[in-house]
Every structure is written in C-alpha cells, then in structure tokens.
Design a protein around this ligand. Structure first.
Ligand code: HEC
Ligand code: HEC
Length: 478
C-alpha cells in the first residue's frame, strides 16, 4: 500500500458536523408530550445520536425532530429508555442528574459560542442558561414564552419501573428569544444556525449521547465547535425555481392514456423522444413550462414547426398538460402515498439503505448522498432505482475486486483511474490508492452495488412508505 493511503482514509473519517434541514410545520402543534400531529409525522428525524464517551451500559436511541413557523421553533425528543428516573423539582435545579434531554442553540453560525440552553428532565423541570457574550444576567436565564411538556410532567418523582420504555419532551420556543444573535427573526429560508441536542442522566445508563458527535478530547456537551448545522427550509418543499408546479394526479393519469393514443406518431411513448418530436419529460430545460404555455402549444400547435394543433376538447388538453407536468415533476412535487416516518425507519433498518447512503450527514458513503434526491428525480425514477437493476453500473460506481501482490483482496468502487494507478473506495469505506505494480489481479464486476431488490425485500405497503420518505428528501438550499 502507498503511505498516502493512511492519510486519505483518515481524512475521510474526520468527524463531521451533523446537518439537518428544519422543515416548516405542516399542521398546528399542541404541546402535550404526544407527537401525534401530522407536522411531527411528516418531519424527518434528525438521525441517530452519537455516544461520544459513554462506554458502559445499554445505548438507547433518541429520535429528535425540529420544525418551525413564523413564530416558533418546535423541538421534540422521543427517548427510548428502559430505566426512567427523575427527582429534581426546583426550577433551574441540577436536572441533568435525572433522565434529561437538552438542546443548546447558537443562532449565529459565525459565533457558535453565543448559545442558549434548555435542559428538561422526565418530570418536566427545566434549567436554562445563556452563554452569549452580551448576556449580563446571572448563571441562569428566563427565556420568553416557552411552552413545553414532558411525559411525566408535574409528577412528584419518577422512579425506575419495569414497564419503562420511552419518554417524550415536546417544546415550542418563540423565535423572538433569538433576535439578539439571529440574522433574521423569524429566520429567512436558507438561514443557518448551529445547535446540538443531547441525552444525559438517570440512575441507570446515563447515555451521554448527542445529535452532533463531539470529538475527543472534549467530554462536554458545552462544545460549540461540535454543534451541528441546521438550515431553515423554504415555505414549501420542492420548489423549482421558486415556483411549485401543481397538477391533479388523476387528470395526469387520464392524460397519459390520451397521450399514448394521440401524440406518439411524433413524440415517443410515455413522453420519451420520438422520431419526429422531442421528449416531453426527459430531464432537460424546456421552452414551455407553465400550464398556459403548454396548453397553448398542445391546443394551437407551435407555428413554424412540425407541432400541429390538436382537435382534442379543452378538458382533454388540460389532462394532457397535467400529464406533461407529471412527467417533468420531481418526486417532491407530487403527492406520494405512504407513511414517510415508517419509510425512514425502513431506510435505516429493514431495507438497510443507510449502510451505503447518506441522508443529512448520516449514513454510508458507497452510494450517492440522497439528502435531496426527492428534488432531483421523478417518482418513477426513484421507484426504478430501487426496484429495477441497471444493466450496467453507472459512471463513478464501477464495482471492482482487486488482489494485491501482497495477497490482500479489496472490494469496492473505482473512483479514479489513471494509467498506472487506481483509487478505490473500499466496501470498508476507506479510500485505497494502488499502483498497477501493487496489483496482481483486478476484476470488474458487471452489477452495481445498488441492490435494486426493494420490491422483493419489502411488502408493497412498505415500498410505498420508503418512496414517500425518499420523495420528501429535498433540501431547500445548499
Ligand atoms: C406531427 C408530429 C407531432 C404530433 C402529432 C404532436 N407533436 Fe408535439 N411537437 C412536435 C414537434 C416537432 C415539436 C417541437 C417544436 C419545436 O421545435 O418547438 C413538438 C413540441 C411539443 C411541445 C413543446 C415542448 C417544449 O418543451 O416546448 C409539447 C408540449 C407537445 N409537443 C405536446 C404534444 C402533445 C400533447 C401531442 C398530442 C396531442 C403532440 N405534441 C403531438 C410534433 C408533434
Ligand atoms: C451495498 C450498498 C447499497 C445499498 C445497501 C443501497 N444502495 Fe442505493 N445505491 C448504491 C450505489 C453504489 C448507487 C449508485 C450506482 C447505481 O445507481 O447503481 C446507488 C444508487 C441509488 C439511487 C439512485 C440515486 C440517483 O442519483 O439517481 C437511489 C435512489 C438509491 N440508491 C436508493 C437506495 C435505497 C432506497 C436503498 C435501500 C432500499 C439503497 N439504495 C440501498 C449502493 C447501495
């Protein structure tokens, strides 16, 4: 091996700040420690917490989510916990001795050391501090207008019990609390803040986990340099050039039939390019994109070209327009049935997608990052990607098996190839640099690493849920 390899592999494994896009709340939220609102169901989880320096005992995960609207930042923690205990009742008391969740928020990404803290135990006692350079109050802080609720809110105490399974904290914080440090309150879509969430305390298994990993030697949640990055999303998911194209899926289906009957002597089947006319649905820039422009082109034809006007009724032309929109829409533009939260679970666990794909900074690196895939691909393309094996591995993802002269076998993907050297991203997620002199045998696989067997592995309902999750992956700006 080249000595360089050590260097490159370590660069790849550098600790990364966690990242998350805070979506706008899609429904009103009642603060009751029950996360049953559509807004919470739609919100993606922030991803697994990292156990930075906690070694002994069971590791229990936390599902944290953030949402926002013009007035509030909403935070929820769903803490799996087989041993729940909490005793501190005093406002601003040492709640982190108990089972406790925390969020530290720095609204100015250039000054992460200016941060405000919320620490809440399982019986609903809260501690707040303000660590910003302008704050001259005492060691604790009174944020304005915060509403929150914990599962055992108000109980005199919570002892560990055999039925312990999980507990929840739900909170909303008026955004005006952040106006000293935030660039805008409320934030503008695309604004970035830095923050971290954590779990601590209780008699058994004190967890010490955080959303954004905290690299050694630090063993403190008060490490602003490790705060993750969050970005506030735009007003609606999946805006294309600032304008969301809407169409009725039922009309689009009717239009599909009409199209394949009346337009394919020139255009191709299913909107593909034909012998005498261009594709209507391929990924390219179109001359005509609004409903009015498309209606005019289909109804009246395009003067000076081979595109004729159509004798179809106006209602049928509208169906055709809906169909053309559906061909062009990315997945996030269309209504996708299925439960995205369940899809996210499948992505992490049963379908094993996270092994190879990153979403919002979490997951494997062998496959492409899918954080924005819903805005990049159509629903049909997403379905095909996970159910139809490609005839050949696409460019940049050529799987390979190499045996070195020293007898080591490396499986992975060819990332770069020069006359005498290969750069291979191994299935071990390390980058291997090899010269031809170091290679005894090389075998190029003919199948992509992407399994494309989701239809066999998942039930039809699960497949819908997974597609619902993928279709909502759309970063507003990055
Ligand atoms: C006789 C051949 C022919 C038939 C039949 C035909 N088209 Fe076309 N169509 C064309 C040609 C050629 C163009 C490209 C015109 C240009 O160069 O701008 C076109 C362009 C279009 C465009 C504009 C694409 C863009 O991106 O601007 C739309 C929309 C369209 N056709 C829809 C339809 C529909 C819907 C039907 C069936 C009702 C249909 N066409 C039938 C030949 C045809
Ligand atoms: C063993 C690694 C591996 C696993 C597991 C895996 N993928 Fe992939 N995936 C890849 C690779 C490599 C590619 C790129 C090559 C290709 O498209 O065949 C890819 C491509 C994709 C694409 C196309 C991306 C684009 O830009 O069009 C999607 C979508 C996708 N995967 C989703 C999934 C989902 C959903 C799952 C779980 C059901 C999954 N993958 C499981 C490795 C994997």
């Amino acid at each position: 091996m080249l000595p360089l390899r050590a260097l490159v592999c370590c660069l790849l494994s550098l600790p990364v700040l966690a990242q998350y896009t805070i979506q706008r709340a899609t429904s009103p939220i009642v603060i009751d420690a029950v996360l049953d609102e559509a807004a919470w169901r739609d919100a993606p989880s922030m991803g697994d917490f990292a156990f930075n320096w906690y070694k002994a005992g069971d590791k229990e995960q936390t599902v944290a989510k953030l949402l926002w609207d013009d007035e509030f930042l909403y935070v929820s923690w769903y803490a799996r916990d087989k041993h729940i205990s909490a005793y501190e009742k005093q406002r601003h008391g040492p709640v982190s001795k108990d089972d406790c969740v925390e969020i530290f928020i720095a609204p100015n990404p250039a000054k992460p050391a200016n941060y405000y803290t919320w620490e809440i135990n399982a019986i609903g006692t809260m501690l707040n501090r303000n660590r910003s350079d302008w704050y001259t109050g005492g060691p604790t802080w009174e944020p304005d207008g915060v509403e929150y609720r914990a599962t055992f809110h108000g109980a005199a105490k919570k002892d560990e019990a055999p039925e312990d399974d999980h507990w929840i904290v739900e909170m909303k914080v008026p955004l005006r609390n952040f106006s000293r440090d935030a660039a805008h309150t409320p934030p503008l879509p695309g604004d970035e803040w830095r923050l971290n969430l954590s779990r601590i305390g209780g008699k058994t298994n004190n967890q010490l986990s955080s959303w954004s990993p905290i690299p050694p030697p630090s063993v403190s949640f008060h490490t602003p340099s490790a705060f993750g990055r969050v970005v506030f999303s735009g007003p609606a998911q999946g805006r294309r050039g600032g304008r969301r194209i809407r169409f009725d899926p039922a009309e689009a289906r009717a239009g599909a039939e009409l199209y394949n009957r009346s337009c394919t002597m020139c255009h191709g089947l299913n909107g593909a390019a034909g012998d005498r006319a261009p594709a209507l649905g391929a990924q390219r820039r179109y001359l005509r994109s609004t409903s009015e422009e498309l209606f005019d082109a289909v109804k009246n034809g395009i003067k000076g070209t081979g595109m004729p006007g159509s004798p179809l009724s106006e209602a049928d032309v509208r169906k055709m327009v809906a169909y053309i929109h559906s061909l062009r829409a990315t997945a996030v533009d269309v209504e996708v049935p299925g439960n995205p939260a369940n899809g996210q679970q499948l992505f992490q666990a049963k379908a094993n997608c996270a092994k190879c794909h990153m979403v919002n900074g979490r997951g494997g690196i062998l496959g492409p990052d899918l954080s924005s895939i819903g805005a990049e691909r159509s629903l049909a393309a997403l379905r095909a990607a996970i159910t139809v094996p490609k005839p050949l591995p696409p460019r940049g993802y050529q799987p390979v098996k190499v045996t070195t002269t020293s007898g080591v076998t490396i499986a992975g993907i060819v990332k770069n190839q020069h006359n005498t050297s290969f750069q291979i991203l191994g299935t071990d997620e390390k980058l291997h640099l090899l010269t031809s002199a170091q290679i005894r045998a090389i075998h190029f696989e003919t199948k992509s690493l992407m399994p494309a067997d989701a239809a066999a592995v998942l039930t039809p309902a699960e497949l819908d849920d997974l597609l619902a999750f993928l279709s909502r992956l759309a970063r507003s700006r990055r």
